[in-house]
Design a binder for this molecule. Structure first.
Ligand code: HEM
Length: 367
């Protein structure tokens, strides 16, 4: 096993996984709180009147940043339409093939780096889905600027304390965001600030998810793996947005606890994805990557909320799944092999670092 396990990762991840599964627990003396059962997690995510979206989560692990004090009632994203998803998938397939071909052409003897390989295909695919009306040159420019903004945000999110406005890190981040918003302002019918947020969330997270998928498949014999089961199993073991947060707007009862107004309450798809009640298979093996556990269809994949739930659930869920499915279909027909062990980087959601692998054509199954 060459992919680091969340169970022994330590840090915030370790603290969340070690929490008792009693309903809701306080991780410190006065929070943050963590909902640890499917019922308490659902209550937190689907009752925005009592559990509001934080005003600024730009440092909490995902990119769904916003500027007001709270978000519910101000800005809710519509789910992408089937046409938008179809446009995004078409671009993903083309760009994924192009990225693989470019690697073969320019660095045929070097291992593939999953996070690098996925950047342009995901960025162009999500941008095509969101900005269907823009011409392709404009879209590719936007895709590049979103990647630049995501890169500039990384040190802001990873910093122990929020960097002050005058620091080089903050100024670089603001410059990158402004450049992106200026380009978006030229696209007819686009409101730059929320669309910038939508694009960043819809690019950073699927890149991480795709890299985890490649890491898991490279660490296991592909045999006759069902690509969709591999996708769900990846989103179960290493959901990139492994924790999300809400703020209580009043004193509120949750699983027999009274949570004071203004508290942070977290929900972790990574924790929920390890509950026996939601996942089929041997309870002792819930930390193992086993796509086959979904084969008999007895339990519904996704009950651990890898795309959230309620009014702030992921609007790009269908596109994200489709992008991952393209990658899985490619990977299961080949032999992937990790070049070195993969560890869990917790500085922004969770990402596999490093995630380098080599590819050989699929070996014939033994007779
Ligand atoms: C496999 C890929 C993806 C995963 C695992 C994922 C996961 C998530 C999760 C867990 C949330 C909820 C956060 C919360 O409730 O606090 C979320 C929100 C969000 N996602 Fe995704 N996502 C993916 C792909 C995408 C794509 C492709 C897009 C855009 C096209 C997108 C755009 C967003 C946005 C804008 C939000 C914030 C929603 C809000 O604040 O109301 N995501 N995502």
């Amino acid at each position: 096993m060459r992919v680091g396990s969340a169970e022994s990762a330590g840090g915030r991840l370790g603290a969340v996984l070690a929490a008792p599964r009693s309903g809701v627990v306080s991780l410190g003396r006065s929070g943050p709180w963590l909902a640890t059962t499917p019922a308490s997690a659902k209550q937190v995510l689907t009752d925005p009147a009592h559990f509001d979206f934080p005003g600024d989560v730009s440092r909490s692990g995902d990119l769904s940043a916003s500027r007001g004090d709270t978000r519910s009632g101000h800005l809710v994203f519509d789910a992408l339409s089937p046409d938008q998803v179809a446009g995004g998938v078409e671009v993903f397939e083309r760009e994924w093939a192009a990225a693989l071909a470019a690697h073969e052409r320019t660095t045929p003897h070097a291992p593939y780096d999953a996070m690098t390989l996925l950047r342009v295909p995901v960025a162009r695919s999500t941008t095509a889905a969101v900005l269907g009306s823009a011409d392709s040159a404009q879209r590719d420019r936007v895709a590049g600027q979103v990647l630049a903004w995501i890169d500039a945000l990384a040190p802001v999110i990873a910093a122990r304390r929020p960097p002050a406005g005058w620091t080089r890190t903050r100024r670089a981040e603001r410059r990158a965001r402004r450049a992106l918003e200026e380009t978006l302002a030229q696209v007819p019918g686009v409101d730059p600030a929320p669309v910038a947020t939508l694009l960043a969330a819809g690019i950073q997270v699927p890149i991480a998810a795709g890299a985890w998928l490649l890491a898991w498949l490279a660490d296991h014999a592909t045999g006759d793996v069902d690509p969709l089961h591999a996708v769900w199993e990846t989103l179960r073991l290493t959901p990139p947005t492994w924790v999300t947060a809400r703020i209580t707007t009043a004193d509120v009862d949750l699983a027999d606890e009274r949570i004071p107004s203004g508290s942070v309450v977290m929900v972790s798809p990574l924790l929920l994805g390890r509950l026996e009640s939601l996942v089929p298979g041997d309870p002792a093996g819930l930390g193992d990557f086993d796509p086959d556990r979904w084969r008999d269809g007895a339990r519904r994949p996704g009950a651990w909320l890898p795309f959230g739930a309620g009014p702030h659930a992921c609007p790009g869920r269908t596109l994200g799944l489709a992008q991952l499915l393209c990658v899985a279909r490619w990977a299961v027909t080949r032999e992937l092999e990790l070049s070195e062990p993969v560890t869990i980087d917790q500085s922004r959601g969770i990402t596999p670092a490093p995630c380098r692998f080599r590819v050989a054509p699929r070996r014939e199954a033994p007779q």
